[in-house]
Write a protein that binds this ligand. Structure first.
Ligand code: ADP
Length: 708
């Protein structure tokens, strides 16, 4: 029998070097490692260990290391949890027309009464007014450039009539007390019905006329992003750019991705990497930094990697985030990406940027590059998490060449809503972008109206007309149990038995006992956002209810990581529990495939990918009813939806009883109604959480802002 050595000791002060952190280290809420484990856990653990005599090896997780100190973009958590029950909201809360953000101030909605006094709206600047005049002349040239890039001649863009109609009302519509709900419209306009007099008689029973689908133009879309799976992945953002980029290409668009050239990238996933541009000088602190640009394919995606040659050594530090000057690193990258577009003569139809790291892109575009002649692009800004906003001092303006502090410190531009002496990059992105999305309709509403905006609520209200939520998809080429190279046995809805072979493989790999118990798992960052207290409780509760528990995760926070290392040591000899502290993409596939139930008890969750991936693999999600979790998981027992649409278990209150109410039902169903549980697995697998629908939603948004 294999015996596992003792888990290595991880000092509490240490942290892992795993990239699983999309922001700054966050202090852990006091978790007491000395807190006695639940009585059920104690008895189960010792008993089963004695039963099987099986000992698990240390599976080679990255040993904890200290990250660099945190930067200044971390904002205090205005509201980490939701105390009151949430209403059910199925649709995007708000969107409406917006013009090109030639002047962010002038395109804001009428200020609310509270803001009227301090938010007086200045008139458009002369530069902006003049630039409007030349737009018509340069637009055609820019569009032609884009078509050349994409190799596609294009008829005029088809725009949703819904949004067009809304657009006509720009500036004239007083802000409603509550923003209207918004559903992304279909892009292809449906054909008009034939006039009645020309309709064929019914008795001829001819087949209905074929819908006349208007050919839509292909777009040239450039993603400017700090992350891209799998080469530079920290969290869901990386998956989104990877999956959405592919989907947009499948839909006939030309897509390019610009990201930093990190030394820590997975270069084994980049094909044909070559230096293609060696003379890029990016303005910085009144001078310029010399950069090279590389081109390569990441699983077919066309990617440009920017490498600065400077003593700041921005992207050669062994990790994507976690440095005191993160804000300056990414402010520089954003400027470099725009400078590259400008110098290389690229005029994309759409620039799609992501999170605070690239929030300055629309600011640069409309304040620097548009006056220089880059009139064509429109900007979509996607916020993957409101918690990290990039809040910093005025120095960043000086560094980046945004040299009018008084102008940018205006409340309607980049001034932080709470600290009048700070610049908020994410706020700048919201103000200047042509459209702002976040990653689920529910989270869009929570951020704007339920205190999850971490101080940006007033800004979202002002800009609610260009704000909405689109649920992320997952890449079905990567997350597909029928072809997944990381799992030993492939399976699908009709061949679901294969999943049990993967369950056995997971047990073999982690040296768990082979028995009839359900495997409950957690995969993700061990961040307070993910509900650390409830993850811990899920472990003890599962063992007490006769289940097995697997955790794969890590934290850059030494205290949190140390706590879970302590738990790992505590359960080292338990044949029903395994904690893998670290980041392991390949093991994650096996955990998704081999588990029966996956817990996602987040305090807040912008979208969440783990529940979507779990469902794809027939693993039943047990989630808290927040953000994207609420949008994607339908409770088996408490839902008005038909039985065949239910796909998991949901709880509302962020406490142990709440978690138990859902996890207990899931485990009970597994044991007592295996047929029901199996149907639930199939329901979950049948859902389409690919990029198909979100891809269409983003196309509609692109079409809409192109028309402005
Ligand atoms: P977030 O973006 O907040 O980190 P998401 O649920 O949106 O959370 O995305 C998490 C992604 O990262 C998923 O693809 C998940 O499988 C992956 N992931 C997170 N932690 C780990 C880990 N320790 N090992 C492997 N994959 C991980």
């Amino acid at each position: 029998m294999a015996r596992k050595p003792k888990a290595p000791t991880a000092p509490e002060s240490e942290t892992t070097k795993t990239p699983a952190n999309s922001g700054k280290p966050v202090r852990v809420p006091p978790l007491d490692p000395e807190k006695p484990a639940g009585p059920k856990m104690q008895s189960v653990g010792s008993e089963k260990a004695a039963d099987s005599g099986k000992r698990k090896p240390d599976t080679g997780s990255a040993s904890p290391e200290s990250p660099e100190s945190g930067g200044s973009e971390e904002r205090p958590a205005a509201s980490a949890g939701i105390s009151s029950p949430l209403p059910t909201v199925a649709k995007t809360p708000a969107t409406a027309p917006v013009g090109p953000a030639t002047d962010p101030v002038s395109e804001t909605s009428p200020p609310t009464p509270v803001e009227t006094a301090r938010d007086a709206v200045p008139p458009p600047t002369p530069t902006q007014a003049a630039s409007e005049q030349v737009e018509a002349e340069t637009e055609a040239a820019g569009a032609a450039d884009a078509r050349m890039e994409s190799g596609t001649a294009a008829p005029p863009t088809a725009v949703s009539p819904d949004l067009r109609g809304a657009g006509a009302a720009e500036d004239a519509v007083p802000e409603p007390p509550h923003a209207p709900e918004w559903s992304p419209p279909v892009a292809a306009e449906m054909p008009e019905a034939e006039p009645a007099e020309r309709a064929e008689p019914a008795e001829r029973a001819e087949p209905p006329p074929q819908p006349h689908i208007q050919p839509r133009p292909s777009l040239f879309v450039v993603h400017i992003t700090p992350e891209l799976a799998p080469v530079a992945k920290v969290g869901g953002l990386a998956d989104v750019v990877f999956g959405l980029g592919r989907e947009l290409e499948i839909r006939g668009n030309h897509v390019e991705i610009i990201l930093p050239k990190y030394d820590c990238m997975r270069y084994d996933h980049i094909w044909g990497l070559q230096r293609i541009f060696d003379d890029l000088w990016v303005p910085w602190y009144g001078g310029a930094i010399h950069c090279s640009v590389y081109f390569g394919f990441v699983h077919g995606r066309k990617c440009f990697f920017i490498e600065p040659h400077s003593q700041d050594n921005f992207f050669n530090r062994g990790a994507v985030y976690g440095f005191h000057d993160d804000i300056f690193r990414f402010a520089f990258f954003s400027r470099a990406a725009m400078e590259f577009l400008w110098k290389s003569g690229k005029h994309p139809d759409i620039i799609h940027c992501h999170d605070w790291q690239t929030a300055l892109v629309p600011v640069y575009l409309y304040e620097i590059y548009q006056p220089m002649g880059m009139r064509h692009p429109r900007v979509c800004f996607t916020i993957h998490n409101f918690k990290h906003q990039g809040v910093t001092g005025a120095q960043v303006l000086h560094a980046t060449g945004l040299n009018r502090p008084d102008y940018y410190f205006h409340y309607d531009r980049l001034r932080d809503n709470h600290n009048p002496h700070a610049i908020n990059l994410m706020k700048g992105g919201i103000v200047y972008a042509n459209f702002v999305t976040t990653v689920s309709p529910r989270y869009a509403m929570e951020a704007k109206d339920q205190g999850q905006g971490f101080g940006l609520e007033p800004t979202l209200h002002i800009h609610h007309m260009k704000y909405g939520g689109v649920v992320n998809g997952i890449d079905y080429d990567v997350w597909n149990p029928e072809i997944d190279p990381h799992i030993p046995v492939h399976f699908g809805v009709e061949t679901i038995e294969g999943k049990y072979a993967d369950k056995k493989a997971l047990r073999d790999r982690l040296l768990l006992a082979d028995n009839e118990k359900p495997i409950v798992s957690f995969v993700g960052r061990l961040d307070p956002q993910k509900g650390i207290e409830l993850i811990r409780h899920a472990l003890f509760y599962t063992l007490g209810q006769g289940g097995q528990f697997v955790l794969l995760g890590s934290s850059p926070d030494g205290a949190i990581n140390g706590y879970f290392w302590g738990l790992k040591r505590q359960f080292n000899d338990n044949p029903d529990c395994h904690l893998e502290i670290g980041y392991n993409e390949e093991l994650a596939h096996l955990v998704y495939a081999g588990s029966d139930i996956m817990v996602v008890p987040s305090r807040f969750e912008p979208c969440g990918l783990t529940q979507l991936i779990a469902m794809r693999y027939g693993t039943i999600p047990v989630v808290r009813e927040v953000g994207g979790l609420a949008d994607t998981v339908i409770d088996k027992d408490f839902s008005h939806r038909p039985l065949n649409e239910r796909n998991g278990y949901v709880f509302r209150d962020y406490d142990e009883r709440g978690l138990e109410s859902a996890l207990g039902r899931a485990i009970a169903c597994y044991y007592q109604y295996p047929d029901h549980f199996r149907e639930l697995m199939k329901n979950a697998m049948r859902y389409d959480y690919s990029w198909n629908h979100p891809g269409q939603d983003y196309m509609n948004i692109y079409d809409y802002i192109r028309d402005k």
